[in-house]
Ligand binder design. Structure first.
Ligand SMILES: Cc1ncc(COP(=O)(O)O)c(C=O)c1O
Length: 281
């Protein structure tokens, strides 16, 4: 299968793509990104991802160089050319090339690129091994709602988790469990679904939003509120969500086992509801 990339308006072989050394994404992490899931060659919740891209870009005083419909059409062309049916599209928008200077240049031409990659088939709800979470201090900035490419705190946290035999890092901010290094966090407490509100410390995850709609359909009560770490570790069920992993049940928090050592019924029901939406999309 040939590997293609859409770079500033052109679809070219991946190996031929070139980015300038003075691209501000490279030098300052001055950019934003999206990851969109592909199912059967179709991007899932593309409209929501492109809306979040626009919000992230505006927040750093950047505008997306293509109108939403035009960008969706270009993504469709790239996906068709790539031949990937089940996978993801990685999209990145940076402020482009300009002589290195912290001040935002008035005239830089943004760099926009995207490409597709295959992913393993989605997990069967309730099956597979549970995720092991390592709690780490949340040392990120206060604009985590922006999907910024500046991911060093996330990279360090996740790497620390994996080096210690865990799968994902969960961030703790002033005693509250906010989200994970690359996923949102949910707890089931007294039959209610609890998740930290989006905002300064939590990315408005697209999967999170779909799951909240699924919860409403399933008549599961939702409590969007800060979640103390101590309470999270005593939850009957815990799970994390993201575009690439859908829903993953949590088996452990540091050394403590969660629930019954298997996926809980509310987690599995919500995951099935998400997969029904994907099938219907
Ligand atoms: C920090 C963080 N939170 C949450 C998520 C989940 O967001 P989404 O469901 O849109 O993939 C991600 C995904 O990359 C993330 O990086």
């Amino acid at each position: 299968m040939s590997d293609y990339i859409w770079l500033n308006g052109e679809i070219i072989p991946f190996s031929e793509a070139r980015i300038g050394v003075e691209d501000r994404g490279f030098q300052f992490a001055d950019g934003v990104y999206e990851v969109v899931r592909l199912y059967q060659g179709k991007p899932f919740t593309l409209s929501e991802h492109l809306d979040r891209l626009t919000r992230s870009a505006e927040a750093i005083r950047l505008s997306v160089p293509l109108a939403k419909n035009a960008l969706a059409a270009e993504i469709g062309k790239l996906v068709a050319r790539s031949g990937h049916r089940d996978g993801m599209v990685y999209l990145q928008l940076t402020r482009g090339c300009s002589p290195r200077n912290h001040v935002i240049p008035p005239d830089a031409k943004p760099t926009l690129l995207f490409y597709a990659r295959p992913l393993p088939p989605p997990p069967v709800p309730g099956e597979g091994e549970g995720v092991k979470l390592l709690a780490v201090a949340d040392e990120r900035w206060k604009r985590c709602w922006i999907k910024s490419i500046a991911l060093l705190p996330n990279i360090l946290a996740k790497s620390e988790a994996v080096a210690g035999g865990f799968d994902e890092a969960v961030f703790i901010d002033h005693g509250m469990a906010t989200e994970c290094s690359a996923s949102n966090l949910f707890a089931v407490i007294s039959g209610k679904l609890v998740t930290h509100p989006i905002g300064s410390k939590v990315l408005p995850g697209i999967t999170r939003a779909v799951l909240l709609e699924c919860a409403e359909e399933l008549k599961i009560q939702v409590d969007e509120r800060p979640l103390p770490e101590e309470e999270a570790t005593r939850a009957s069920e815990l799970f994390i969500t993201s575009t690439t992993r859908e829903v993953s049940w949590v088996a452990r928090w540091n050394e403590r086992y969660i629930g019954q050592g298997r996926c809980g019924p509310i987690t599995a029901a919500l995951h099935r509801a998400l997969q029904s939406r994907i099938a219907a999309s």
